[in-house]
Design a binder for this molecule. Structure first.
Ligand code: GTP
Length: 356
């Protein structure tokens, strides 16, 4: 057979983590995606918490020639890092028929109970391959509010760069629109993709979650679907001045220390006193990326950081925040612990955070 090996002459394939709660439609999305001709340059790794590789069997049934690996002996975020590395190495080494071209992407379907932060941590073993990593999560339209009771589901939604609203065929147009707005409320940093053509939805989500050069804007305050997810707080931290890098790093440390696994996602653009170029600061869970200069950012509206956290109040943030000239608002008009957070339902209303 005429075949060619994936070589360093080709760009490294993208690595896409497809996450989402148990039964939220990940395998169904993948199965439809694999029917698209565009999926020919894709390989799949399926991670299931149980020992029986059922999802893999479903995919193998419809996946044609697509390469499929199974990681069926436990959740990848708890114990599967080395297995994952072996599976990826094997996919990168495999001979591909000339007609198929190089491998362009590997999709890891996580178990429905995996949190994205630990999954990303386990991907550290792949650093040498320099694969751009992105996270796509399902948002089950039929059970959105119910699933918000599970910390795993909240972490999956908040960690994603793109959210696919699944099972929309079960809803009328109004409920469908509301599910989309709820997904946007839970993670204003993510692109929300909706549509009954599942394969295309996953394709669009992968494109939307990929690396982008353009900057991003702070979400509007008061724009969220009121009360959709009372356990989730979306906080917008704005900085009037330019904090010293050390002070910013100390604040991020303290925030991660205080919130622990309640910290679901953090992303912002900050101009520090040391540099004219804004820094992109971000974490998934408590796993922080190295802050990096982000020249494309305009920062017309000043430095800002978005914090998505569960079971957290403004008072919690106030407790760890030194006086860096920060102003904190919430974008959600949600109530946590049965009481209003007190800001956010009225745009522009803010509370200044000072040292405790
Ligand atoms: N009506 C409808 N049902 C769906 C859709 N997507 C998935 N389902 C159903 O939901 C159930 C779970 O779907 P899966 O694709 O297996 O979900 P999953 O996220 O892979 O589940 P786990 O592997 O358990 O985490 C199955 O019965 C699917 O047929 C959809 O878009 N519409």
């Amino acid at each position: 057979m005429n075949s060619s090996r994936h070589s360093s002459a080709h760009a490294a394939p993208a690595f896409i983590v497809l996450t989402g709660f148990l039964g939220s439609g990940k395998t169904t999305l993948l199965r439809d995606f694999l029917d698209l001709p565009e999926a020919a340059d894709t390989a799949i790794i399926v991670n299931e918490a149980g020992e029986i590789g059922l999802d893999g069997a479903v995919l193998a049934d419809g996946g044609g020639d697509v390469r499929l690996s199974m990681l069926a002996n436990g959740c990848v975020c708890c114990q599967g890092a080395s297995d994952l590395a072996v599976a990826v190495e094997a996919l990168l080494r495999v001979d591909r028929p000339e007609a198929q071209g190089p491998l362009r992407r590997i999709i890891l379907e996580t178990s429905g109970l995996s949190k994205p932060g630990p999954v990303l941590r386990s991907l550290g073993v792949l650093a040498e391959h320099r694969m751009p990593v992105s996270i796509v999560s399902t948002y089950d339209a039929a059970r959105g509010r119910q699933l918000a009771a599970f910390p795993e589901a909240l972490a999956q939604w908040a960690g994603a760069q793109a959210l696919i609203v699944t099972k929309t065929d079960l809803l009328g147009p109004q409920a469908r629109g509301q599910a989309g707005r709820e997904a946007g409320a839970v993670n204003p940093l993510a692109r929300v993709i909706s549509g009954t053509q599942r394969g295309k939805a996953l394709w669009d989500a992968i494109a939307a979650a990929g690396p982008r050069d353009a900057g991003f804007d702070p979400p509007e305050t008061g724009s969220a679907e009121a009360g959709a997810h009372p356990r989730i707080g979306v906080f917008l931290v704005k900085m009037a001045g330019e904090p010293a890098y050390e002070a910013l790093a100390a604040w991020l440390d303290n925030l991660a220390g205080l919130l622990g696994d309640r910290l679901l996602r953090l992303k912002g653009l900050v101009r520090t006193g040391e540099s004219d170029v804004p820094l992109l600061v971000q974490s998934v869970g408590t796993l922080f990326s190295m802050p990096r200069p982000f020249r494309a950012a305009k920062l017309d509206r000043g430095s800002f950081i978005v914090v998505i956290a569960r079971d957290t109040t403004l008072g919690d943030l106030r407790g760890v925040t030194p006086d860096l000239g920060m102003v904190v608002t919430t974008t959600a008009a949600g109530a946590f612990g049965g009481r209003k957070l007190g800001v956010g339902s009225r745009p522009g209303m803010a509370e200044r955070v000072t040292a405790p």
